[in-house]
Design a protein around this ligand. Structure first.
Ligand code: MLT
Length: 412
């Protein structure tokens, strides 16, 4: 009989979002009438139509595939040059960063990238995550054998948890100990917090001093409205030598169902062998991509490229404004209901403190049963998320207005 990867047995319960879906299904099966009025603000999944520029580019790409002369088979595993170039120019060079097209790797999603990246790192690294945290970082470390067992609070032995609370603005303090890998995500999922330039400068200084690699998840950078806030870690001097950055078209371009993202790995970013030799990580990821991935589809990459056209950029802006308008309404409704609210100003997530004495999952049940609204319990993101819940602003305006009414009614 084949041996299994026993690390999977250490994982706590189900992955958060399927677990929520399971509970919602049980509720709607039992309450078909309530199911009709159910509004889902749990998983951050986009709801608005794909930008017209994207659709046009994809129709054209489909036609190319229908013609023997322009048909494409396997593409470059690292992504087509046209998209890598558009990303390097628009997202980085136009903003004064020195990222080159061949430092950009196209993929089918940031969830996959942030999980798969562990393939290129060895065992025995000291790894830190924030708490609360996007659960993928934790679970993939568990699967890879980088942790011991979880304790009753759900914290895994061997991982360093950097607490994020209102007191530190949900941006962790610089650790006193040395770490090898640190996951940071700003704008943050789940808290909606943002990191200031000074905070990122302190993290980059720490990483350079300690030979730490920062795994920077900037999947929500498009939602930053304050021009003073950095949108990329590469805006910080020295970050090319200590960070890689994950980006996605899921939320800005409405690509959750299309699947296209990228990771930027500067050629100057180094890891080390057990013997202590410094080794660039860029060729390792390139090799990994060539072996385990055959590239995102040509049609989807053509759609993603169109997001950088003038038309595409104005359509992305409209989408972002729509969702951020939703976020503003949700923030106000929760504040009016007397709740402490964070995020929602430069991020599409609103992070709300539960009323006194109510746990995250109790709040989930209350919102589901009494308001027929699905939210995400904060404790699903880690023990420091207990006592909070997250509302996603990804929805239609009509649904968000209705959710606001229901929050108000619930508070009475
Ligand atoms: C979330 O709701 O946290 C996100 O949608 C998850 C994801 O992007 O994978």
């Amino acid at each position: 009989m084949a041996l299994i990867n026993e690390n999977f047995l250490k994982l706590k319960a189900g992955y958060l979002f399927p677990e929520i879906a399971r509970r919602v299904k049980a509720f709607t099966d039992e309450n078909p009438a309530a199911a009709q009025r159910l509004i889902r603000c749990g998983i951050g999944d986009v709801t608005e139509a794909l930008p017209e520029a994207v659709r046009g580019a994809m129709h054209k790409a489909v036609d190319e595939m229908g013609d023997r002369g322009t048909f494409k088979g396997y593409g470059p595993e690292q992504g087509y040059e046209f998209l890598r170039k558009a990303i390097a120019e628009h997202d980085f060079q136009a903003r004064g960063m020195t990222i080159q097209a061949d430092e950009v790797f196209i993929s089918d999603g940031s969830k996959c990238d942030t999980g798969n990246i562990l393939d290129i790192f060895g065992r025995g690294n000291k790894i830190a995550i924030t708490d609360p945290v996007y659960p993928v970082y934790v679970d993939t470390n568990v699967m890879n054998g980088n942790t011991g067992e979880a304790d009753e609070s759900g914290a895994y032995a061997g991982l360093t948890y950097l607490k994020c609370t209102p007191a530190n603005g949900f941006v962790p303090e610089i650790p006193v100990e040395r770490l090898d890998l640190v996951y940071l995500c700003y704008p943050n999922n789940p808290t909606g917090a943002v990191a200031t330039r000074e905070q990122l400068e302190a993290w980059v200084a720490y990483a350079l001093k300690n030979d730490t690699i920062i795994l920077y998840d900037a999947a929500y950078e498009a939602f930053i409205r304050d021009p003073k806030l950095p949108r990329s870690i590469f805006e910080i001097d020295g970050a090319r030598d200590c960070a890689m950055e994950f980006r996605s078209f899921s939320k800005n371009g409405g690509f959750t169902g299309m699947r296209c993202a990228f990771v930027v790995i500067p050629k100057t970013l180094m890891g080390r062998t057990t013997a202590g030799a410094r080794q660039p990580v860029h060729p390792l990821w390139s090799r990994r991509h060539s072996t385990k991935f055959n590239g995102a589809s040509y049609i989807v990459q053509k759609g993603a490229e169109a997001l950088y056209s003038d038309e595409g950029r104005s359509q992305v802006k409209a989408l972002v404004e729509h969702y951020m308008g939703n976020a503003a309404l949700l923030v106000k409704a929760c504040r009016d209901a007397g709740l402490a609210v964070y995020g929602g100003e430069n991020a599409p997530y609103v992070w709300v403190q539960c009323p006194a004495g109510i746990s995250s999952w109790q709040m989930f049940d209350k919102m589901l049963n009494e308001a027929n609204v699905v939210i995400t319990p904060g404790s699903g993101f880690g023990s420091a998320g207990e006592g909070y819940f997250r509302i996603s602003a990804f929805n239609s305006r009509a649904n968000v207005e209705e959710v606001c009414k229901r929050i108000k009614a619930l508070a009475k």
